[in-house]
Structure formats: structure tokens, C-alpha cells
Design a protein around this ligand. Structure first.
Ligand SMILES: O=C(O)CCC(=O)C(=O)O
Ligand SMILES: [Fe+2]
Length: 353
């Protein structure tokens, strides 16, 4: 259901934002928003994003809190997730060390022009595409046999082992979260995990946002919702920048040291028949400081068709989405055009009006 490619001129490898800064080039127009730009950073402070203690997730009280968090905000800050502060520091540290390497050492892991995996910046699909002020490393970390080590940094030398350990830890955590979500929906606890199929995929993205001289007119990441089932974000420890849209207003996501920000992606919105929402979020940049975040996206087995879970469909909540397969594939083209892929799966419920 991807859109026609008529606008797509060619897919090219863009500039690295880090290079633009090092060479003090003027900010190119493709990064600059002329309308609605001023004030990107003026979002509301939000102490309101729920904080959930995962060590209590078996209690009915915490499950109710989880249900409420995911149906109102679509995200929460997870504390007591079992990963130590020093381990999370290590994950941040090896990531930062990679971006600090000289250009030629990073380029060994550059992505191919048509490929997402590896070190790169936005794929350019069409001429007027708005570009994100960010460089990334994108790695498929699961299934294991699909790891493309050609694009996995070997420097710093503990990069790979740290990434593999982080992957293992998040795999376990994701089970806890999907079971908790299912229970909070009064479903059998494995129902969401089963819906993801046997070969679910994990994509790890390191987002590096260099400082930007036009921070009020440029976005680190344009507004989007994630195409995942669930996303786990390890924020920068010192520099904020993430904002979440709720009731048409942008709220800043505060930094809670060692918490993970967990958000619903489009595919859990579909599975939950819209009870849980996949929140729209964006990233603003900073004039002086760089920022680094690490996002792990879980997606179902691409061979597995997913759709609203039957028990969540009834007269008062009719089926709102058509089943989809390999949702991730269509997601990125929509994203670059500033559109939401989930619209393609939504059923128009005219008769309910
Ligand atoms: O860097 C952030 O704060 C958010 C990253 C994000 O939204 C993403 O990678 O999809
Ligand atoms: Fe995101």
C-alpha cells in the first residue's frame, strides 16, 4: 500500500550533519522550517508522563497505571527495569565513542545508498524532503542470523559485546512489558507476544544530534509515531530534546536518570484495536550541546499478519484497523513525507457516526 513513487527522483546518500557542523557550513534550506519553526523548543514542561515501577508490575495497581499511561500518553518512564546504572552508562559511552571517531573510521561502517543499516543520515527520497538534524547508526540486532557485521562498529572495541548484551537484556524486558500490557487489557498474558510471531525483529538506532546554530528552525527528528510494536529509548543523561504530542500540545519529556522511556508503536496500537495509542513525538536540537539517544524498536515477524486482537473487538469498539503484514516496509516512505503509515490500515467507521 506504499504510495506511488512518482515524486521519488533518486535515492541518494545525504550529508552527515556532524560534517556540516565541523566545516561551519550554513544550515541548508532542507533542514530549515520556515513556517511554525520559531518556538519548536517552547513545549510545555511535563511532569505528567507516568513513571512506572517495573518491579511492581504484577500488582493490579501498577497494571491499571500501565493501562492508563498507554491509553492516554502512549508512553511512560520505566524505572526498576533491572539494568544497572553503570551498564546503561556503558551503553551510552560506547555509542558516544563511535561518533567521536575520525570520519574515515566511521565510514568503514557506512550504509549503502539504498540500505538503512549502518552509519548514515537521512535517505533522500525526493527534492523537497525535510531533513532531520541527526546522524545515526542503524543495526538489525535480532534475529541473530540476520546480523550484518559489516556495518557493526568494531571501535570502540567493546561496542559489539555491549550491544549484544543490551539486546539480550531488552529482549527479556520486552517479554515482561508485553505480558504486562496484555494483562492490563484483560487478555491472556502471552497474547501480544504470540501476535508478534516467532521471528520478531529488533532494530537498534543510535541517534546523534550535533549542536545546531538554528535550533529554533530545525528539528532533530520530524514529528512521527514509531512503526514498532514497542520502542525502548535510552535518553541522553544531560541534554533533553524529546517532545510528545498530547491533546494537540507538545510536552517535553524530562530526563530521569536511568529510566527507559517506553512507548507504544503503531503495531501495538493496531493489535489493541486503538485502546493503546502510538504517540506522535519529535526531537528538538540544542544550540551548544550535542545529544545522543539509543532507541530499540521491536517489530513482529515480517511474515506474520497482525491485526486487532479479537477479544478487543466488540459492538462498542468495532474493528478499527485492517490486518497488515510487514508494516515496517511501508513505514519509512510515509515517514519521510511527514505522513503516518497507520492511516493506510485504519478502517473508516462512518456508520458509527
Ligand atoms: O532521540 C529521541 O529522543 C527520540 C528518538 C526517536 O523518536 C526515534 O528514534 O524514533
Ligand atoms: Fe521515535
Amino acid at each position: 500500500m506504499a504510495e506511488s513513487n512518482s515524486e521519488v527522483e533518486k535515492v541518494v546518500l545525504g550529508n552527515f550533519v556532524q560534517d556540516l557542523i565541523l566545516t561551519s557550513q550554513e544550515v541548508q534550506t532542507n533542514y530549515v522550517y520556515t513556517e511554525g519553526g520559531v518556538g519548536f523548543r517552547d513545549a510545555l514542561d511535563s511532569g505528567g508522563i507516568p513513571v512506572i515501577d517495573l518491579s511492581l508490575l504484577t500488582s493490579p495497581f501498577e497494571l491499571t497505571k500501565l493501562h492508563h499511561a498507554l491509553s492516554s500518553w502512549g508512553c511512560f518512564q520505566a524505572i526498576n527495569h533491572g539494568m544497572s546504572s553503570s551498564f546503561l552508562d556503558k551503553v551510552r559511552e560506547v555509542s558516544k565513542q563511535f561518533f567521536e571517531l575520525p570520519k574515515e573510521e566511521k565510514m568503514i561502517y557506512a550504509r549503502e545508498p539504498n540500505d538503512m543499516e549502518g552509519y548514515g543520515s537521512d535517505i533522500i527520497y525526493f527534492r523537497d524532503q525535510k531533513l532531520d538534524w541527526t546522524d545515526r547508526i542503524y543495526l538489525k540486532v535480532q534475529p541473530e542470523e540476520q546480523r550484518n557485521f559489516k556495518v557493526w562498529p568494531e571501535k570502540p572495541n567493546d561496542f559489539r559485546t555491549t550491544v549484544i548484551e543490551y539486546t539480550e537484556r531488552l529482549k527479556l524486558l520486552n517479554e515482561v512489558i508485553l505480558k504486562g500490557m496484555a494483562k492490563s487489557l484483560n487478555l491472556e498474558e502471552y497474547s501480544l507476544l504470540k501476535e508478534c510471531g516467532d521471528k520478531d525483529t529488533m532494530l537498534l538506532r543510535f541517534n546523534y544530534y550535533p549542536p545546531c546554530p538554528m535550533a529554533d528552525h530545525v528539528l532533530g527528528l520530524k514529528p512521527h509515531a514509531d512503526g514498532s510494536t514497542v520502542t525502548y529509548l535510552l535518553q541522553d543523561k544531560e541534554v533533553d530534546g524529546l517532545q510528545v504530542l498530547k491533546d494537540n500540545r507538545w510536552f517535553k519529556v524530562p530526563i530521569i536518570s536511568d529510566a527507559l522511556l517506553i512507548n507504544v508503536g503503531d503495531q501495538v496500537e493496531i493489535m489493541s484495536n486503538g485502546i493503546f495509542r502510538s504517540p506522535i513525538h519529535r526531537v528538538v536540537v540544542n544550540e551548544e550541546k550535542d545529544r545522543l539517544t539509543i532507541a530499540m524498536f521491536f517489530t513482529p515477524d515480517p511474515e506474520k499478519e497482525i491485526g486487532p486482537i479479537e477479544q478487543l473487538v466488540n459492538e462498542s469498539r468495532p474493528k478499527s484497523y485492517t490486518p497488515v503484514k510487514n508494516y515496517t516496509d511501508i513505514f519509512f516512505q510515509y515517514y519521510q513525507k511527514g505522513k503516518r503509515a497507520i492511516e493506510a490500515s485504519k478502517i473508516q467507521l462512518c456508520e458509527a457516526e
